[in-house]
Design a protein around this ligand. Structure first.
Ligand code: SIN
Length: 291
């Protein structure tokens, strides 16, 4: 559950948008370096609310990179082609003629890397007047919502996440998708890094110490189980984790900057704006090895 109301903030305003997660932050100019006190409050609000956003930010690529670097090292995407001149940034761009929306399945960013991204920073340049929201699911709540028996049974399981599985990407590998002209993000020859990784199904958040269910579309099987054996459990957990009770959604406007915590949230790009245009810039921040 969203715990924002438990904290008194002095330098920023924090307005929760749902019972599950998400808050609008006021009083912060993210295009300038945050002073220590503001940074500490924003950091706290992010940990408490999982997804936070700032309206009316006069952002550009340099400023977005500078903002990201206040949170840690930039995590480079293993497959997505960066924006020319900015290796840190990938562009999510959907034109009216494109048939599908990338990110239109529940996932956590870079799940398939040994050290997945902890934070994603997404800035909106253009979006439909309505539609094209990003939905988020609270994975602490998902874990807490399981029975004690299920918690016990999955406590020692690891899941194997694959970054380029045909099965979990509408039947296409990334290269096939690029060749066919599908998708809102340009693909490239992958970086020379592991893109298949095994992680605990239940992870402990390194900062809050809370337990979260760590699942998503990239997870193909339980380590040591066949895919056939794994499928029913993974399907159940994903369906459970994305119950409406655990969801909040961000409505974009040009100038909105959203940051979320991939260690305890899934996200889903909503495909409900056919024939319209949407363009955002994404930067990720390096995380730790899940435990
Ligand atoms: C993503 O999956 O990272 C992008 C989400 C979105 O485009 O709404």
């Amino acid at each position: 559950m969203n715990a924002a109301s438990e904290t008194a903030y002095k330098r920023i305003t924090v307005s929760p948008i749902a019972g599950s997660l998400g808050a609008e932050i006021g009083g912060v100019d993210c295009t300038k370096p945050l002073d220590d006190e503001v940074f500490a409050e924003v950091h706290h609000a992010w940990l408490e609310n999982i997804v936070i956003y700032f309206r009316n930010q006069d952002m550009n690529p340099e400023k977005q990179i500078a903002f990201a670097k206040q949170w840690g090292d930039v995590h480079l995407h293993a497959f997505n082609r960066p924006v020319d001149g900015y290796p840190e940034i990938t562009q999510i761009r959907k034109t009216p003629d494109m048939p599908r929306v990338s990110g239109n399945a529940w996932h956590t960013d870079q799940h398939y890397r040994d050290k997945p991204a902890k934070m994603t920073i997404l800035f909106c340049y253009e979006c439909p007047e309505y539609g094209g929201d990003t939905q988020f699911a609270n994975l602490y709540d998902a874990y807490n919502g399981l029975s004690d028996g299920m918690k016990r049974d999955i406590a020692s399981l690891f899941g194997v996440a694959n970054g380029d599985s045909r099965k979990h990407q509408s039947g296409y590998t990334r290269a096939e998708r690029e060749a066919a002209g599908f998708g809102t993000i340009k693909q490239m020859k992958p970086l020379a890094v592991n893109t298949i990784a095994s992680h605990p199904l239940v992870r402990t958040h390194p900062e809050t110490k809370r337990k979260a269910l760590y699942i998503g579309k990239h997870m193909e099987c339980i380590e040591g189980w066949t895919e056939e054996e794994s499928y029913p459990l993974l399907q159940f957990l994903l369906r459970h984790a994305t119950k409406p009770d655990y969801i909040g959604r961000i409505r974009w406007k040009p100038g909105t900057l959203t940051i979320w915590d991939n260690r305890c949230a899934l996200h889903y790009a909503t495909d409900d704006y056919p024939g319209q245009y949407r363009r955002l810039h994404k930067i990720m921040v390096q995380g730790d090895k899940p435990f």
